[in-house]
Design a protein around this ligand. Sequence first.
Ligand code: PEP
Ligand code: MN
Length: 294
Amino acid sequence: MRKRELKRTGMHNSDTADKNRLPGGEYRFTSSKKETVAVNGVIFGGQGIVVIAGPCAVENFSQLSETARMVKSSGANMLRGGAFKPRTSPYSFQGLEEEGLKILREVSRITGLPVVTEVMDTRHVELVSSYADMLQVGSRNMHNYPLLKEVGMSKKPVLLKRGMMATIEEFLYSAEYVLLGGNENVVLCERGIRTFENSTRNTLDLSAVPVLKSRTGLPVIVDPSHGTGIRWMVPAMAKAAVAAGADGLLVEVHVKPEEALSDGYQSLDPGEFDIMMKELDKIAAAVNRNIFGK
Ligand code: PEP
Ligand code: MN
């Protein structure tokens, strides 16, 4: 396993030129080293741009297996789907929990797509790890330090989403928690932040991509689905993310978005996803990259 070198640095007085130094200066990423994160053969942070696709939530076997089959045929590399859902309203669908994890595992076995799913609670890290190939820490939990410490002790790679109200420095400190726990396999995900703008669900901060990539060697991916909250905007922002240097995308796709139990209005249908993937090939080529596996 790669050994990440974490340097203790003192408070420097005139070291502002060191853009890798985090405020407070207690620790810093050794960003000069390019990092890759492998999830069952899928490599984040290399030449290939990793596309993770799937529904917001696992709803039942046929919904997930059908969606997975279609996104795979369009070139997706990994499958997503929430089994434990962080919903704003306690009355909204909360996810199938362990039943959803079992469906994810089974669909992964059938399609060969590795799966990423969210873990919201320290008490569930072991359970979710026993089914998932990658653990997602969601936006609402980016500041949940006990959870970050717990996934830091896990052997599973972590997809860490930026808090909707978090600065990039806070985001990096959260990644630091996971790394310090001994888990070096962290992928960062920009998913939009809250601003005064209300034409979109969130404001997708694509400038976070070059900032993060200049400050850390960790792979950086973008979620244009939560980033915009509006289906027709997703392909444009996915293409912009690739052009901006993202190492991957997390995209919500539902076999029937109009029937989705969560986030249907921002989910692509498989046909729209297929068109987007073809367009992404051209953008990737323009920045000397390719979609992973193509
Ligand atoms: C998700 O990806 O399913 C999700 C809930 O996203 P976020 O944590 O970014 O809101
Ligand atoms: Mn969602």
